[in-house]
Ligand binder design. Structure first.
Ligand SMILES: Cc1cc2nc3c(=O)[nH]c(=O)nc-3n(C[C@H](O)[C@H](O)[C@H](O)COP(=O)(O)OP(=O)(O)OC[C@H]3O[C@@H](n4cnc5c(N)ncnc54)[C@H](O)[C@@H]3O)c2cc1C
Length: 469
């Protein structure tokens, strides 16, 4: 039996249930579809695209070691995927297609259309769970509805997650080499796609399974114990830095949780940190469950449908100032410049920057969501949408609308002394620490005045939400 393993955002050979199942059945070939037009329509940015290409190239090397040939197919839009896969299956005389399910609406529609096309052409289809620890749809509240609040979800999630880590599939043994009827579709991973060179950001964001495993080991052995404190301090490397790898699947969430659970058995010092970290990965699963079970979220609508009518302000100049890191609020600006310069932003800063846009400036969260997707190396629809809707108070168990971070006091609290802020806002280097987050009070001429007054903006936001809910 010959199986085609269709890789998507699961660019790894370890803990890959589709690959493991296919290898058990017999011969394996592999493919990846380049859906650049669709990715761009989904706001995938250059950093993420380049990282994906590097991760794909790393996967190809791993597959070579297993004697598995990878075809890189051109399928510009998701609607082109069924025909591209059908052609390949015919050419390579494939009996079955195995892949890992993805959950946003367009991805689900694509996967369903592929299944239909395969069945029409007599190819067996096997769909696997590998992007989450617990399959969406399994966990239900007492009323039989999906969880829409994280904490009860998490309590229910832990047991099946613990079971899931026991099912990790090892890297399959290499297969014996064999001749394919037509070698043509196999090709190298492109060096350049849609004007983006695959070396973009290479030094900062090296790709591949080995790099991801190394980051995981470093986090578990060196950072986990201090994670509960350090994770909120942007000047420190307090988190794992694994998000881009999780987004393209060069490591699985299950491998991360498995390593953390194992380590917490042996180190009481790190146990709290590891538990906290596992709960962050559960947020990733949670947002995937939301996307899988509430289609309107993938259509750009607010999760809370009673909040879809909010009359957000049209303020293009203010949006631009936020995007460029020129709001006059140092921590917000440092955050946005970190994003623009590195393709990544620290989690606390994502919350602060997102709340600033949606609460201080009252600009539609969708504008921020789109901008983040365009810039993030770890851009991921479910987590990004979840984070934005949480910040805008339109989401699942969103921050209540009256929770509005004060960007000045957040600065004094989480970047005391301004080590992080001055790294990205060098205009403020050397400034007396007491003015670091209110530089207008020290009259720094090279840095903008605050775009809005915090107190007035807060009152405006409260009135806005009160009047419109
Ligand atoms: C407005 C906003 C937008 C966001 N956009 C994205 C995005 O596009 N892609 C993305 O991967 N994360 C996103 N996040 C979540 C979070 O900020 C990043 O996952 C985290 O900063 C990545 O750094 P790390 O890998 O070092 O995290 P760690 O602290 O080491 O966490 C480990 C992993 O857990 C997951 N995780 C952690 N926090 C969250 C969270 N709040 N929600 C969902 N998963 C989480 C991530 O996969 C992360 O890699 C967003 C958060 C907010 C508030």
């Amino acid at each position: 039996m010959r199986t085609l393993v269709w890789f998507k955002n699961d660019l790894r050979v370890s803990d890959h249930p589709a690959l493991a199942a296919a290898r058990e059945r017999g011969q394996v070939v592999a493919c990846f579809c380049m859906s650049t037009v669709q990715w761009r329509a989904h706001d995938m940015g250059d950093w993420r695209l380049a990282f994906q290409l590097r991760s794909l190239a790393a996967l190809q090397q791993q597959l070579d070691k297993l004697n598995i040939k990878l075809a890189v197919l051109d399928a510009p839009e998701f609607s082109d995927v069924p025909a591209a896969l059908t052609r390949l299956c015919k050419k390579w005389q494939v009996d079955a297609l195995d892949s890992i399910d993805e959950y946003p609406l367009n991805e689900r529609r694509r996967d369903d259309a592929v299944e239909e096309a395969m069945l029409d052409s007599g190819v067996e289809v096997n769909r696997h769970v590998g992007d989450v620890l617990v399959e969406p749809g399994i966990l239900k509240t007492g009323n039989g509805t999906p969880y829409t609040v994280f904490t009860p979800f998490y309590k229910k999630w832990l047991d099946p997650a613990e079971n899931a880590v026991k099912q990790i599939s090892p890297v399959p043994e290499p297969q014996a080499a064999f001749e394919l009827p037509d070698d043509q579709p196999s090709q190298a991973v492109p060096d350049r796609v849609d004007g983006v060179d695959r070396t973009l950001g290479e030094e900062r964001w090296p790709a591949g399974e080995e790099v991801a495993q190394q980051l995981l080991d470093t986090f578990i052995t060196e950072r986990a114990a201090r994670y509960p404190d350090d994770r909120d301090v942007p000047a420190l490397d307090g988190t794992s830095g694994l998000s881009a790898h999780l987004a393209v699947g060069s490591i699985s969430a299950r491998q991360c949780v498995a390593a953390a659970m194992r380590a917490s058995l042996h180190s009481s010092k790190s146990a709290d940190g590891l538990q906290k970290w596992i709960s962050e990965i559960a947020w990733r699963d949670f947002y995937r469950h939301i996307v899988a079970q509430f289609d309107h979220v993938s259509r750009g609508e607010t999760f809370r449908q009673d909040k879809d009518h909010l009359p957000w302000r049209h303020a293009p100049d203010e949006l631009q100032a936020w995007q460029e890191g020129k709001t006059g609020y140092p921590l917000v600006d440092a955050a946005m410049r970190q994003l623009n310069e590195t393709g990544w932003m620290h989690n606390r800063l994502r919350m602060i920057a997102a709340m600033f846009l949606t609460k201080h400036l009252l600009i539609d969260w969708r504008a921020g969501e789109r901008y983040f997707m365009n810039k993030l190396v770890d851009g991921d629809f479910a987590s990004n949408n979840g984070g934005w809707q949480w910040s805008a108070s339109t989401g699942t168990d969103a921050a209540p609308y009256f929770r509005i971070f004060n960007p000045t006091s957040q600065g004094s609290k989480f970047d005391k002394g301004g080590a992080f802020t001055t790294q990205y806002v060098p205009e403020l280097s050397g400034l007396d620490a007491k003015y670091m987050f209110e530089p207008h009070k020290a009259g720094v001429s090279s840095y903008p005045e605050p775009i809005v007054d915090h107190k007035l903006a807060r009152e405006r936001a409260l009135a806005f939400f009160k009047a419109n809910l």
